[in-house]
Design a protein around this ligand. Structure first.
Ligand SMILES: O=C(O)CCC(=O)C(=O)O
Ligand SMILES: [Mn+2]
Length: 203
């Protein structure tokens, strides 16, 4: 896998560990990525998750589906989701990721951003059920969208990555502990995008 970002996100605070990010722009061959996008659009049980935001329950601005093995219920943003079964199109992707990253993934959060108005706010994937230093593998399909990373506290550079069709971004190490990430909305006319974050629930 290509290493792309030995970024110094700890410039303003030498005591803070770097975010550990790895990126491979063409992890999936174009042909595979082109086939996976419509397969997932049609086979995933998309729904609008309700999340808690500043004490209020609201619709999240995207479609989502929590997918996983039995026993991988996931609680985040004040809600709890029972896993849906793996769509067949994801089975080989999971296998390849597990082999290449030497990580066991038992679940995936699928998100579908219909237009540039769909987004994901600042957060860390730091739920206790993921363990202290989770390996999270994020596969992007469809429209290129900008992904931002910034330290949780204090000053520090904000990193912007344009996640392209077929790309893989891996977040690991201290990334979730010390950094937040977001997928902001955009006024640019952009097509649909599907993102899959493979995870391991250990709770
Ligand atoms: O859509 C993305 O690239 C980010 C998704 C994400 O951060 C998440 O599912 O936790
Ligand atoms: Mn996330």
């Amino acid at each position: 896998m290509a290493v792309l970002f030995p970024i110094s996100t700890n410039g303003a605070d030498p005591g803070r560990p770097d975010a550990e990010l790895w990126y491979a722009a063409d992890w999936l061959a174009a042909r595979e990525a082109d086939a996976l996008l419509p397969a997932l659009r049609d086979s995933v049980q998309w729904e609008t998750h309700r999340i808690r935001l500043f004490g209020h329950e609201v619709d999240s601005p995207r479609l989502s589906c929590w997918i996983g093995d039995e026993g991988t219920a996931y609680a985040y943003s004040g809600a709890r989701f029972e896993p849906k079964p793996w769509p067949s199109a994801l089975v080989p992707v999971r296998q390849r990721l597990e082999q290449e990253l030497q990580a066991g993934f038992n679940s995936v959060l699928a998100n579908r951003y219909r237009t540039g108005a769909d987004s994901m706010g600042w957060h860390s994937d730091d739920e206790a059920a993921l363990g202290p230093q989770p390996v999270i593998a994020s596969l992007s399909l469809g429209a290129t969208r900008r992904f931002l990373v910034k330290p949780r506290q204090g000053a520090g550079e904000r990193l912007a990555l344009d996640l392209v069709h077929g790309s893989l971004l891996v977040m690991r190490g201290a990334t979730q502990q010390h950094y937040r990430h977001a997928l902001p909305r955009t006024a640019r006319p952009v097509g649909e995008r599907i993102n899959l974050t493979f995870r391991r629930i250990i709770g």
